[in-house]
Design a protein around this ligand. Structure first.
Ligand SMILES: O=c1ccn([C@@H]2O[C@H](COP(=O)(O)OP(=O)(O)O[C@H]3OC[C@H](O)[C@H](O)[C@H]3O)[C@@H](O)[C@H]2O)c(=O)[nH]1
Ligand SMILES: [Mn+2]
Length: 360
């Protein structure tokens, strides 16, 4: 794909929000300042709403705490997790932009093998603006990157590709391992930089991590619900996994692409594996039933919008996973509440965005 004269990043300066969940602080923004400063930030403050989160000067942002979430959503706030990074999806709800990039507050600028700092946001933008190839795998990976192309035998009828809905980035240093793996390999670091972006083939699920993720909100936003986790819930650290499975099934149905690979960020802090084990353990055996469910999920032809797909999926979750655990009945209800909140905030054009400060 030929590079436009203007850098892709500038093309989306006013079309992309950066969503950051935080229960700590935002010092990490200093390192990202050269790449993030031109963009609007949506900060979702988790935990105690009376705690003051200091935003470094010079950033254009809106900040929402739990009181804001309750004020804006009323009873629908029940679908937004508390005391879990899943709260970040509130930022997707209130954004008015076409694209979202979400990043954790312990993720820093990584360097490529040449020592050059990686502008992760720019790479995500390139990924989202270039088509995907879910129907036929290109063995030279992303055919739209400079210096590569489709290989011999690649059908010309498929070379236009399809719209890209999701760009899933990776992590150097602390990899996104589950608790058991973290426990048995406490010192393992990811030092491998793989210079590749690839489309995840249609019909294939993947473990989506919310740490370094971008998506086309206008396409897949209504399905990017980070499931009910944290306070009062029997499970944690499966919010992004849930969103990844739901969105991949819907992207496959709608004919959109999901990419993974570049960009890398530097993940600095390993969360406590014992705490993580307590959060994850039910998910570790439940997912042996969840994966077959998503692999066999079929969406009817009359599901022509993401909302209709998501509601249909929630019905199938209730019917088929409700017997695994009653949690999935609650989650199916929360999925419906999420779509209702999405439509309420995004059809009336109600803007909750205010410059540089707390929400209205
Ligand atoms: O109760 C909480 C805990 C954390 N956050 C914010 O979420 C971000 C991730 O937190 P942390 O870096 O401590 O967790 P990790 O285990 O490294 O994160 C991975 O697993 C959990 C999620 O799936 C996450 O996306 C993964 O990256 C960070 O910004 C915390 O401040 C919170 O809001 N509430
Ligand atoms: Mn982390």
């Amino acid at each position: 794909m030929a590079e436009t004269s203007a850098s892709p990043t500038l093309l989306l300066k006013d079309e992309l929000d950066i969503v950051i969940p935080t229960i700590r602080n935002l010092d990490f923004l200093e390192m990202w300042r050269p790449f993030f400063q031109p963009y609007h930030l949506i900060i979702v403050q988790d935990g105690d709403p009376s705690k003051i989160i200091k935003v470094p000067g010079g950033f254009d942002y809106e900040l929402y705490n739990r009181n804001d979430i309750t004020r804006i959503l009323g009873p629908k706030a029940s679908c937004i997790s508390f005391k879990d990074s899943a709260c970040r999806c509130f930022g997707y709800l209130v954004s008015k932009k076409k694209y979202i990039f979400t990043i954790d507050d312990d993720c820093f600028v990584a360097k490529d093998p040449s020592g050059k700092e990686i502008n992760a946001l720019q790479q995500h933008i390139k990924n989202l603006l270039a088509p995907s190839t879910p129907f036929f795998f290109n063995t030279l990976y992303d055919p739209y990157r400079e210096g590569t192309d489709f290989v011999r035998g690649y059908p010309f009828s498929l070379r236009e590709g399809v719209p890209t809905a999701v760009s899933h980035g990776l992590w150097l240093n602390i990899p996104d391992y589950d608790a058991p793996t973290q426990l048995v390999k406490p010192l393992e670091k990811n030092t491998r930089f793989v210079d590749a972006v690839m489309t995840i083939p249609k019909g294939t699920l993947f473990p989506m991590c919310g740490m370094n993720l971008a998506f086309n909100r206008e396409l897949i936003g209504p399905a990017m619900y980070f499931g009910l986790m944290g306070d009062g819930q029997p499970i944690g650290r499966y919010d992004d996994m849930w969103a990844g499975w739901c969105t991949k099934v819907i992207c496959d149905h709608m004919g959109w692409g999901v990419k993974t690979g570049l960009p890398y960020i530097w993940h600095s802090k390993a969360s406590n594996p014992f705490v993580n084990l307590k959060k994850e353990y039910k998910g570790i055996y439940w997912q042996e039933e969840l994966i077959p469910f998503f692999q066999s999920a079929i969406l009817p032809k009359d599901c022509t919008t993401v909302q209709k797909c998501y509601i249909e999926l929630s019905k199938q979750v209730r019917a088929k996973l409700g017997k695994v655990d009653e949690y999935f009945i609650k989650l199916a209800d929360a999925m419906v509440t999420w779509v209702e909140a999405w439509d309420e905030l995004n059809q009336t054009g109600k803007s909750s965005e205010v410059p540089n400060g707390a929400a209205k």
